[in-house]
Design a protein around this ligand. Structure first.
Ligand code: FES
Ligand SMILES: [Fe+2]
Length: 466
C-alpha cells in the first residue's frame, strides 16, 4: 500500500487527507492479449456461451478482450473466429454460414472452422493468399449445453477437463450465464470470501437463503495441486454443518447445496453449482455455470430449474435485473461485486482477518502469473489416479452436540477430519467416494442420527423489504 492511503491516526472528518483516486489493479485484472494475466488465463479452457444462445446466425462475442464471432455451421459444428475478416476487416457477424465454415459478406472469402482460407472467389486460381494467410480461430468443445473455448497457444492446448461434478449420477445440470459490468477478479473473489455470507446474505437486509448463515463460520483453507478448497463450518443445534467450497485456479469455484437447512445427517453432499467466472474484457465479466438438481442434495426440491438460463438463476441477487431501489434495500452478490467499480483498487483496500481467503487466492494467482512470465507453464487440470478431476464442494452434516469443550475447537477438529476423508478418497468414483467417506465419518456422530429437526435452518423465499 502506498503512503497516500495511510494516516498515523484516523482523523475525524478527515476526508481531505484521504486519497481520492482508486488506482486500478493491473497485474491480475488485465486480461487482453499479451498481458501477464491474459496470457495465464489463455492456458485454460473457458466456457464462453450457452448452446441455447446459438441460433442460425453468426454472433459477435468478446472474450478476454478479443472480438470474435461464433456460429454453428450447417454441418452442426461450432466455429469461433476472430471477428474481422483477414481480407479487409469486414465483420464476420455479417457472414454467410456454410456447410463447413463461414463466408465473409464483403468479397466472399470463405473460412473453415480452423481458420483455413478455403476460397477467395474474386482472386486468380493460382492466388497464393490461401496458403499464405488464415483467419484467427480457436478450438471449441460443447459439453452439456455449454460451449467452451481454448484461446492459448495451439501447441499447449490441454485436454478438455472433466471434473467429477460434471458427471454426477442421477443429476440434472441446467446451465446459466449472467453478465456483470466489472472486472473478473471481483466476481471470482466472492467465492473465496465466506465471511460476506453472514453479513450481505443474512444480517444486512434479512436472510436471503437460510437463517443459519447468520453465524460467523469457522473457516479452514486447504491448498491443493489445483488451487484451494475450504471448510466452512457452523454449529446448528446438535449438528455440525461443514460446507466445502472449491476454488480451482484460475477462475473455477463450487460451493455446497444452495438450499440446505441442516435437518439431517449427511455425508459428502455435492455442489449446488459448478461455476466459472469468465472475463469478457477488463471491465466486463460473465458467470457461466451449471446449477445441479438432484434428490440427494435438494430432497425438498427447493431449486427451480425453470428459473435458470440466460441472464438468470434460481437464487438471490446474482444479476442486475431488479429495480434499483430494491437492489439498494436488499443488495445481493451482484450489487457487492459490481459496486467495487469497473476495476477495483487493491491499493486502496484495507484487508482484514476475514479476507484470508481473498489474500491466499491473490497470492497464488500472482505467483502463477509470475511463474508463467518466467517460463513455467501452469499446472494443468488433469485427473489424478481416478477417472475424473476430483473436487470437494458440497455439505457434510454430523450430529455432534456441544460437549462442554471449546466449541470452535470442536468444530475445527470435525472439519479437519471431514477434509481428510474427502482428500483420502478423492480418486474414487462418486458413489464409492461417498460410501467411503460415510464409513469414515459415521463413528463421529453422537446419539440418534435419525432425528430430524425441522426447525434448524429455515429456508427463505426472499421477499424484498417493502
Ligand atoms: S473483407 Fe472479407 S472478403 Fe473482403
Ligand atoms: Fe454471496
Amino acid at each position: 500500500m502506498s503512503d497516500a492511503g495511510k494516516t498515523n491516526r484516523p482523523i475525524k472528518f478527515g476526508g481531505y487527507h484521504q486519497p481520492k483516486d482508486r488506482p486500478a489493479e493491473e497485474l491480475t485484472a488485465r486480461v487482453g492479449p499479451g498481458t501477464p494475466c491474459g496470457e495465464y488465463l489463455r492456458r485454460f479452457w473457458h466456457p464462453i456461451m450457452l448452446t441455447t444462445q446459438l441460433d442460425e446466425r453468426p454472433h459477435p462475442i468478446r472474450i478476454l478482450g478479443e472480438d470474435l464471432v461464433i456460429y454453428r455451421d450447417l454441418s452442426g459444428d461450432v466455429g469461433l473466429l476472430h471477428r474481422h475478416c483477414a481480407h479487409r476487416g469486414a465483420s464476420l457477424e455479417f457472414g454467410i454460414i456454410a456447410d463447413h465454415g463461414i463466408r465473409c459478406c464483403y468479397h466472399g472469402w470463405m473460412y473453415g472452422n480452423d481458420g483455413t482460407i478455403l476460397e477467395t472467389p474474386g482472386e486468380p486460381a493460382d492466388s497464393p493468399h490461401r496458403e499464405r494467410y488464415c483467419q484467427g480461430a480457436y478450438p471449441v468443445v460443447e459439453y452439456e449445453d455449454i460451449i467452451f473455448a481454448y484461446m492459448g497457444p495451439p501447441e499447449r492446448r490441454p485436454e478438455f477437463p472433466i471434473l467429477d461434478a460434471m458427471v454426477l449420477p442421477d443429476n440434472t445440470m441446467v446451465p446459466y450465464l449472467i453478465h456483470s459490468p466489472c472486472n473478473w477478479q471481483q466476481v471470482s473473489e466472492n467465492s473465496m470470501d465466506p465471511f460476506h455470507v453472514p453479513f450481505l446474505h443474512t444480517r444486512v437486509a434479512g436472510p436471503q437463503f437460510s437463517e443459519v448463515f447468520e453465524q460467523l463460520p469457522v473457516i479452514e483453507y486447504h491448498e491443493t495441486r489445483l488451487g484451494f478448497f475450504y471448510t466452512n463450518a457452523r454449529r446448528v443445534g446438535d449438528y455440525v454443518w461443514v460446507r466445502m467450497h472449491d476454488h480451482v485456479l484460475p477462475n473455477f469455484s463450487q460451493n455446497g447445496a444452495i438450499f440446505e437447512n441442516v435437518g439431517r445427517v449427511r455425508y459428502f453432499g455435492r455442489p449446488g453449482l459448478t461455476r466459472w467466472v469468465v472475463p469478457v474484457d477488463d471491465t466486463n465479466t460473465m458467470v457461466i455455470a451449471w446449477r445441479h438438481f438432484n434428490d440427494r442434495d435438494d430432497p425438498q426440491h427447493l431449486g427451480k430449474p425453470e428459473e435458470v438460463g440466460v441472464g438468470k438463476t434460481d437464487f438471490y441477487g446474482q444479476s442486475g435485473e431488479r429495480p434499483f431501489a430494491e437492489r439498494q434495500r436488499t443488495p445481493g452478490d451482484y450489487e457487492a461485486w459490481t459496486s467495487q467499480g469497473p476495476i477495483t483498487s487493491h491499493e486502496r483496500e484495507h484487508l482484514a482477518t476475514t479476507d484470508r481467503g481473498v489474500a491466499l487466492l491473490r497470492r497464488k494467482l500472482r505467483s502463477e502469473i509470475e511463474k508463467l512470465q518466467q517460463g513455467t507453464e501452469p499446472t494443468p487440470l488433469e485427473a489424478g489416479k481416478g477417472p475424473h478431476i476430483p473436487t470437494f464442494g458440497g455439505d457434510t452434516i454430523l450430529r455432534i452436540p456441544v460437549d462442554g469443550s471449546d466449541d470452535v475447537e470442536l468444530i475445527k477438529a470435525v472439519s479437519r477430519k471431514i477434509a481428510a476423508a474427502y482428500v483420502e478418497f478423492q480418486d474414487l468414483p462418486d458413489a464409492q467416494r461417498r460410501a467411503a467417506i460415510a464409513d469414515r465419518l459415521a463413528p463421529l456422530n453422537v446419539g440418534d442420527t435419525a432425528t430430524i429437526n425441522p426447525s434448524h435452518g429455515k429456508i427463505f423465499e426472499f421477499k424484498p423489504v417493502a
